[in-house]
Design a protein around this ligand. Structure first.
Ligand SMILES: Cc1cc2nc3c(=O)[nH]c(=O)nc-3n(C[C@H](O)[C@H](O)[C@H](O)COP(=O)(O)OP(=O)(O)OC[C@H]3O[C@@H](n4cnc5c(N)ncnc54)[C@H](O)[C@@H]3O)c2cc1C
Length: 497
């Protein structure tokens, strides 16, 4: 349901959540909350969805999260799987082929398409999206959060999540700082057609004149990213023309690739900043409102998207009541270090790509031509860029080594011999308890836990019982043959829910 302001009046306090911002983070969070049955209202200042393209891909971990909810195919039908990511000089790529994932590639598709599909999903599940609704301030007391809109109305909710991007009003209202600085120089982006390059794989060139990257789309067009040293100080307000794109490509590569039919372009200067806290009481931050960095590595949208999957089920548990006190705080504890690592990763690549002094260019040459091709470096970077390397500190330092790790893809053989893909068991957004023996009667567990007892493990190293969170990370694992440790683990994570 998409509403425009005025169709619905000043509204109800309650068990609902207000999300400010219908970008990819806000829409993904709205879908997760709606799936969990939590009433949620997305307030978006724009009157309509935008064709603004910005981000261009979903990495493997984001695709896995979509697969957990059974909607990866919708995105696969629109995007183009590309097996490598260009990081700089010609041929310097990170290959995703060896990833232990059902998605050993990045899926290239414009941000506008990602938003369209996420909005469809959120609405299908019953989230309310209100457009032309500009939030001007957020306040809170012990019982509720209060959101003020530009027309003077005040809306109430149990929690408010600021998914309102880099210049977040929610963050400012909550008094959460956003330390950091702009990155040097501006980047020109353009969506065009280039007939002289194959539109099946990534392409990059980093020369003494600058950086040129190409990300192909399914319709045969591509996103061109240009960091032309001679134009790095052009003000971001100056439009990017087809002539400029052509000239910059010639300057950087020495070849005239004759780009044509420019249909979207933008010039922007990125910033590297991170909020020191993602939560202040009933106010939380996610996506660009919590962290922003250079576009190197195409991490921004993916990181916000995964914030939403981490936060959704925790917030739903908090709203339902009975959740352990620490659970909502674990959102900051888990996602802040991931955000910091993304800032480091994209910062390092950005500095290498924009290096102009001789020593730093030599370093770049060594990094991309000597270190990058080494198989262990390829594996490490593919895991880092794709997001599959992300793991969370185990809740119990003495816990099983699987705890905090991502559930890898695989199949489970049930007692009747049927093989089920593991990820299919998470479509309803619940916890899944995998039990090799019927260690615990399902009746004794909360409704949010789906018990799957199986004959043959997906992985030989699995212990007797593995409890996996709705976002696909192992909450607890153990060799319990008695029900008590299992019940204890479930109670620890779900409280009295
Ligand atoms: C030019 C450019 C290129 C980029 N390229 C890439 C890339 O290649 N790969 C990648 O992963 N990332 C890229 N990014 C980053 C990516 O676009 C962002 O990380 C992503 O959009 C963040 O999503 P979000 O939902 O957190 O915030 P946003 O997409 O910024 O969405 C915030 C939403 O909140 C709304 N809003 C703001 N204030 C208010 C208010 N007061 N009241 C109501 N609504 C409000 C806005 O209208 C907007 O719809 C790029 C960014 C830019 C600018």
């Amino acid at each position: 349901m998409v509403l425009n302001r005025g169709e619905d009046g000043d509204t109800v306090p309650s068990d609902r959540v207000i999300i400010v911002g219908a970008g990819p983070t806000g829409l993904a969070l709205a879908a997760e909350l709606a799936l969990a049955g939590v009433p949620c209202r997305v307030l978006e200042r724009r009157p309509a969805r935008t064709a603004d393209s910005r981000a261009i891909c979903l990495h493997a971990r984001s695709m896995e999260m979509l697969a957990l909810r059974g909607i990866a195919d919708r995105f696969l039908d629109t995007g183009l799987p590309v097996r490598s990511f260009p990081v700089g000089p010609r041929g310097a790529v990170i290959g995703f082929d060896r990833l232990d994932s059902d998605f050993p590639y990045q899926l290239d598709l414009p941000q506008s398409e990602i938003e369209r599909l996420l909005e469809e999903r959120a609405i299908e599940l019953g989230a309310e999206i209100v457009r032309s609704a500009t939030v001007t301030g957020v306040d809170q007391n012990d019982d509720e959060a209060l959101v003020t809109l530009a027309d003077g109305t005040v809306e109430r909710a149990a929690y408010v999540v600021g998914c309102d991007g880099l210049r977040s009003t929610v963050r400012e209202s909550a008094g959460i700082p956003f330390p950091g600085a702009p990155n040097p120089g501006s980047v020109a982006l353009a969506d065009v057609f280039i007939d002289d390059l194959p539109m099946t794989d990534a392409h990059g060139e980093n020369t003494d004149a600058g950086l040129f990257l190409v990300f192909p789309f399914r319709d045969g067009s591509c996103r061109v990213v240009l960091y032309d040293y001679s134009r790095a100080e052009v003000p971001v307000s100056e439009p990017v023309s087809l002539a400029e794109v052509r000239e910059s490509i010639i300057r950087i590569t020495g070849r005239d690739l004759r780009p044509r039919d420019l249909y979207w372009s933008s010039r922007y200067r990125s910033e590297s900043r991170q909020a020191p806290s993602y939560r202040a009481g009933r106010i939380l931050l996610a996506g660009d409102a919590a962290h922003t960095h250079s576009p190197a590595g195409a991490q921004g949208l993916n990181t916000g998207f995964q914030d939403a999957f981490n936060l959704g089920w925790k917030l739903a548990a908090a709203v339902r009541g009975g959740a352990p006190d620490w659970l909502l705080d674990s959102y900051h504890r888990e996602r802040h270090p991931v955000g910091s690592e993304v800032l480091r990763l994209s910062g390092r690549q950005f500095r290498l790509n924009t290096a102009r002094t001789t020593p730093r260019r030599l370093l770049r040459w060594a990094a991309y031509h000597v270190a990058l091709p080494l198989p262990p470096v390829q594996t490490r970077l593919a895991r880092a860029y794709s997001g599959v390397a992300i793991e969370y500190a185990p809740h119990d330092a003495e816990g099983h080594p699987l705890e905090g790790r991502r559930l890898p893809p695989g199949r489970l053989r049930s007692r009747d011999g049927a093989a089920t893909p593991l990820y299919e068991l998470f479509r309803d957004g619940n916890f899944v308890l995998f039990a090799r023996r019927p260690v615990v009667a399902p009746m004794g567990l909360p409704a949010q836990v789906r018990v799957v007892d199986y004959a043959e493990a997906a992985r030989p190293d699995w212990p007797a019982a593995v409890l996996v969170r709705p976002d696909g990370y192992v909450a607890w694992a153990g060799d319990a043959t008695e029900p008590d440790p299992v019940r204890h683990a479930v109670h620890h994570w779900l409280g009295t829910n």
